[in-house]
Design a protein around this ligand. Structure first.
Ligand SMILES: [Zn+2]
Length: 308
């Protein structure tokens, strides 16, 4: 039986491919290491599409900037791949109609169609990972912007002259509220002599990762809880900015935090409510964690040709 749709999520370390059945359910999965080489990347993706039985169309999600012609301009974690006309090359090598978009954009499509945002016409996805990415559905349509770059919410500048960002600017939201930023806040606190419990768990200040802070806060370590509070306040600042611009019905928060909703979601909601414009007078969006987990990008990629 041929799958109804096939999609591949290109990650920094691996490519995850899925084949979907008629109701959007995952019927087959495939994982292949991501080659840091443009020619081999195209060859790997074409072979994965064949192995998953793609018929007619193929969708691809990539961790970088994709223009409206399906050209991958740059991907921070696949450094050798720049200005790659991925759609055109894959169409030639597979004979399929190919659609390519940013990984958070396709994750938003997936959560909207079959995940936490289903049933409404206006969804914002906020992906808190190494950085922060976003996806936007407005008026029942997936938004790309004029050039394909809509939803780069991680680079909203929230502190002028603030922390340096790999993008070259300072004060970008992802430096304060990404999954990685939780560890950065903790290392700063530890460097000023606090957070001994977290340092012990990690082994050293440099080794502190977000999961050490999360584990300590779940054990009611007061200094770790204070770091979580700082982090949550920064998360809420960006969420409020996104909601003040887009007025979505649902905000889907994706990333590793969703494994600990009980720790993060109540304070995010409280802080969000306190910062939202006209908070008491308006209808508020529902803040939810993502439902599709690490499969969201590949599922969204599979659904992409239907909306492209
Ligand atoms: Zn930036």
């Amino acid at each position: 039986v041929s799958p109804a749709a096939v999609g591949i999520d290109v990650g920094g370390t691996k490519c995850l491919g899925v084949a979907l059945g008629a109701d959007g359910e995952v019927i087959d999965e495939l994982r292949v290491p991501t080659p840091n080489d443009p020619d081999r990347l195209v060859a790997v993706l074409a072979q994965m599409a064949r192995d998953l039985g793609a018929v007619g169309a193929l969708g691809i999600g990539v961790p970088g900037l994709v223009d409206t012609h399906g050209v991958l301009l740059a991907a921070p974690n696949v450094t050798a791949v720049t200005m790659l006309p991925l759609r055109e090359l894959l169409e030639h090598s597979t004979g399929l109609r190919v659609a390519v978009d940013n990984d958070n954009t396709v994750a938003c499509l997936a959560e909207w169609r079959v995940g936490a945002g289903r049933g409404v016409d206006d969804v914002a996805l906020v992906g808190l990972g190494t950085g922060i990415g976003g996806g936007i559905v407005a008026g029942g349509r997936l938004q790309r912007g004029a050039h394909g770059f809509a939803g780069e919410i991680g680079h909203m500048i929230v502190e002028r002259g603030g922390r340096r960002c790999p993008c070259g600017q300072r004060g970008c939201w992802e430096r304060y509220a990404s999954g990685n930023a939780l560890a950065v806040h903790a290392r700063e606190a530890a460097a000023s002599g606090r957070l001994n419990g977290v340092v012990q768990r990690a082994g050293s200040i440099e080794a502190i990762r977000g999961e050490h802070v999360t584990a300590a806060a779940l054990d009611r370590d007061a200094e770790a809880e204070a770091v979580v509070t700082t982090f949550v306040e920064w998360v809420a600042v960006g969420l409020v900015n996104v909601v003040n611009v887009l007025d979505p019905a649902v905000v889907v928060i994706a990333g590793g935090l969703s494994a600990h909703a009980e720790l993060f979601l109540p304070p995010i909601r409280r802080e969000f409510e306190s910062l939202l414009f006209a908070g008491t007078a308006r209808s508020r969006p529902s803040l939810r964690f993502a439902e599709l987990g690490p499969n969201a990008g590949a599922i969204g990629a599979a659904l992409l040709p239907q909306v492209s």
